[in-house]
Design a protein around this ligand. Structure first.
Ligand code: FEO
Length: 385
C-alpha cells in the first residue's frame, strides 16, 4: 500500500492488520490499523511508530516519500507496544532522529527497550516545537490511554494527532470517515472497551479541546475524521453516559431455565417499546456486549448457580464489565437455582459494587412457572420504565 496524503504534505504511513481478530482480548472482527503520519516540513517529523511486526510496512511507505535518514523528529505520543514497539527498528534507519515524548513515555520507552544512545526530547502539555512552516503543540492526554499519553496539534493545518483517543479498531482501504460504513459504531466499540472507565477524564479533555480549532482528527487507530464534529458529539454523549431506551440482557444457562427468564424480561422491555439486546455470554464476544451496554438505560444479568457459585462465564463477564466502570444504569440480577441461589446473589452484589441502580434480584427454583415468567416480564417493563 502507498502512503496516503491526508493534508498537504502530511501523509499516512501506517499499517493495516487485516487478519488480526484479537487485540489483548478485544475482539476485532474487521482487523486493526496502526496509524503513523509523516509531516514533510523543513524538519521531517514522524508521528507515532507502529507495532513491531509492521515496521517494514511503514518503512516501505516512508521510502516512497523520503529517505528515513532525513527524519528529524519521531513523536511518540504513547508507549503501548501497538504504537511504539517498532521504534527501535525504525531508529536503525532514521539514525539522526530525535524522539519527542513525555517524561513518563521516556521512562517507559527505556523499560521496553534499551534506549542507550537514543536522543530523547521531553515535552509536556502546552510545549511547542517549530518544525518549519508548522509548529507542533503538545496536548497532555494523561491516562488517555496510559499515564504517558499525549497528542499533537498542528495549528497551521488545524489537525489533531490524537493517538488512541477517537480511534477505532478496523482495517480499511479508505483512510477517511466517509470511506467506511458507520465509523461511529467502530469508534463506539473502541470507546466502550478501552476508554469507558476514563469517561470523567474525557469529559474534561473535551472541554479543553474546545479551545483548539480542529478541522481534522487523525488517531493512531482506524480512519481519520474529516468531519470531527460527528465524533466529538458522540464522545460527549458517551462520556456523559447518555442512554437510549435500551435494555441489554446477558446470561448463561444450564437447562434453559435462566434463558426462559431472559426471554421473558426481553419480552417485557420490548412490550413498552424499548430496544432489546439479548446476549448468550458464550455466543457473543464481551467486546460486542459492552459496546451495546455503553448507551443502554438498563442491564439484566442472568446466571444459574453452579457449585455454590456464580456461573464462571458470567463471573468473567462481570469482572470485565466492572473494570470498565459503567454508570447511570438500572440493573437486575436473575437466574434459576436448585437448592440455593448463591450464584444470583453474587451477580446482584457485583452489580451493586458497580454502583448501578439495582432492582431486587429475581431468583427462581428449578424451572420457571407461569407466574414466575410473568414476574420476569414485569421486571423487563420496570427496567426500562
Ligand atoms: Fe493503541 Fe493504548 O494503545
Amino acid at each position: 500500500m502507498r502512503p496516503f496524503e491526508i493534508k498537504k504534505d502530511i501523509y499516512w504511513v501506517g499499517a493495516l492488520d487485516w487478519s488480526e481478530r484479537d487485540f489483548h482480548n478485544f475482539t476485532t472482527p474487521r482487523g486493526l490499523t496502526y496509524n503513523s503520519y509523516l509531516i514533510l516540513d523543513e524538519m521531517i517529523t514522524l508521528i507515532d511508530a507502529v507495532k513491531h511486526k509492521f515496521v517494514e510496512d511503514l518503512v516501505e511507505k516512508v521510502e516512497k516519500l523520503v529517505d528515513l535518514s532525513k527524519i528529524k523528529y519521531i513523536v511518540i505520543n504513547h508507549i503501548e507496544p501497538d504504537h511504539a514497539s517498532g521504534l527501535s527498528d525504525i531508529l536503525k534507519l532514521a539514525k539522526d532522529a530525535e524522539i519527542v515524548c513525555s517524561q513518563r513515555a521516556k521512562d517507559g520507552l527505556c523499560k521496553y527497550s534499551d534506549c542507550d544512545g537514543w536522543k530523547i526530547k521531553v515535552v509536556k502539555g502546552g510545549d511547542q516545537l517549530k518544525i518549519g512552516k508548522r509548529t507542533l503543540t503538545f496536548v497532555d492526554m494523561t491516562m488517555l490511554h496510559w499515564p504517558d499519553s499525549m497528542a499533537v496539534y498542528v495549528e497551521e493545518d488545524k489537525i489533531l494527532f490524537s493517538n488512541d483517543a477517537f480511534g477505532q479498531h478496523i482495517a480499511s482501504e479508505g483512510r477517511f470517515d466517509g470511506d467506511v460504513d458507520d465509523p461511529v459504531y467502530w469508534a463506539k466499540m473502541y470507546y466502550a472497551n478501552i476508554l469507558m472507565p476514563l469517561s470523567g477524564l474525557i469529559k474534561k479533555k473535551l472541554e479543553e479541546l474546545k479551545n483548539l480549532k480542529i478541522e481534522m482528527i487523525a488517531p493512531s487507530h482506524g480512519i481519520v475524521w474529516k468531519n470531527p464534529s460527528k465524533i466529538l458529539e458522540a464522545y460527549k454523549k458517551w462520556a456523559d453516559f447518555e442512554s437510549e431506551n435500551k435494555l441489554v440482557i446477558v446470561y448463561d444457562t444450564m437447562w434453559n431455565s435462566t434463558e426462559m427468564l431472559a426471554k421473558a424480561i426481553a419480552d417485557g422491555a420490548g412490550s413498552v417499546g424499548a430496544k432489546v439486546y439479548l446476549f448468550h455470554v458464550r455466543k457473543t464476544s464481551f467486546t460486542e456486549i459492552v459496546t451495546e451496554i455503553l448507551d443502554a438505560k438498563a442491564i439484566a444479568v442472568g446466571s444459574p448457580t453452579l457449585h455454590n457459585s456464580v456461573f464462571p462465564t458470567i463471573a468473567g463477564f462481570l469482572t470485565y464489565l466492572k473494570s470498565l466502570r459503567p454508570q447511570k444504569k438500572k440493573a437486575l440480577a436473575f437466574g434459576s437455582y436448585g437448592w440455593n441461589g448463591v450464584g444470583i446473589k453474587e451477580v446482584h452484589s457485583l452489580l451493586q459494587e458497580m454502583k448501578l441502580e439495582c432492582l431486587e434480584p429475581l431468583m427462581v427454583r428449578y424451572k420457571p412457572k407461569k407466574d414466575e415468567i410473568e414476574k420476569a416480564f414485569n421486571l423487563g417493563v420496570e427496567l426500562v420504565k
